[in-house]
Design a protein around this ligand. Structure first.
Ligand SMILES: C[S@@+](CC[C@H](N)C(=O)[O-])C[C@H]1O[C@@H](n2cnc3c(N)ncnc32)[C@H](O)[C@@H]1O
Length: 216
């Protein structure tokens, strides 16, 4: 999917959804707070959320790590409008710059004046982006030396009862969400080429996968 197609598709998907996004997604985008717990940017460090949506994670992380600087990008101007409003309402507009960009190819220096980050994180977006492997590569390309990439997304639901798993997968497919069943293999290959260490953890009976790629 081209960047222009992604902009159109995501704006269409979230034009109305953004108004009920946070109140509904809290029930099924599990593991986001575990990711924020694991993030632990260094004091004075920088952290970028790729595909930040409404800014929910950025706000929680910024409150949790008040010494760090946070940045967010998303391809949907609709989602960014909600994120900007949420960040401004929290009085954190000065601390969390937001920009519109495609996750598969972006120039952080041009967007934010910061070329690389101590932490990059991607939450429940790889399952929506057809070129998700490219997103992972782009994310690691934006890591500072010693930095870490954190990912949370739908898992393979392998330990859920079969009927529930099938129903869940069918429901996700209706929203163009595809759990990346080979996420661990893809991140493992990336870790090998980038000389990073992969920590990969299934959560909630494999409902979700939580991963961190960090320096050895
Ligand atoms: C399910 S939401 C997740 C939002 C947020 N990360 C969270 O955990 O609540 C997926 C987000 O990915 C964004 N997105 C989809 N394709 C994208 C792309 N190619 N580049 C950047 N963002 C994209 C959507 O606009 C949407 O905000």
């Amino acid at each position: 999917m081209s960047a222009a197609d992604a902009r159109t598709a995501m704006d269409r998907m979230y034009r109305r959804q953004r108004h009920i996004y946070d109140s509904t997604r809290k029930f099924y985008l599990l593991g986001r707070d575990e990711l924020i717990d694991a993030l632990a940017p260094p004091p004075g460090g920088t952290a970028l959320e790729i595909a930040c949506g409404t800014g929910r994670n950025l706000l929680r992380a910024a409150r949790r790590y008040p010494d760090a600087r946070f940045f967010g990008l998303d391809v949907s101007e609709e989602m960014l409008a909600t994120a900007r409003a949420n960040v401004a309402a929290a009085g954190l507009a000065g601390r969390i710059p937001l920009a519109r960009a495609d996750a598969t190819a972006f120039d952080a220096a041009a967007l934010f004046g910061v070329a690389a980050f101590d932490r990059v994180f991607v939450s429940y977006a790889l399952s929506m982006i057809p070129r998700w492997r490219q997103v992972c590569a782009e994310a690691t390309a934006h890591l500072s030396p010693g930095g870490a990439l954190h990912v949370v997304d739908f898992g393979d639901q392998g330990e859920l009862p079969g009927l529930l798993r099938d129903a869940l997968r069918g429901w996700l497919a209706r929203f163009d969400v595809t759990p990346r069943l080979d996420l661990e293999a893809a991140l493992s290959a990336l870790a090998a080429t980038q000389r990073l260490r992969l920590n990969f953890r299934p959560l909630y009976r494999r409902y979700a996968f939580l991963a961190a790629l960090q320096a050895n």
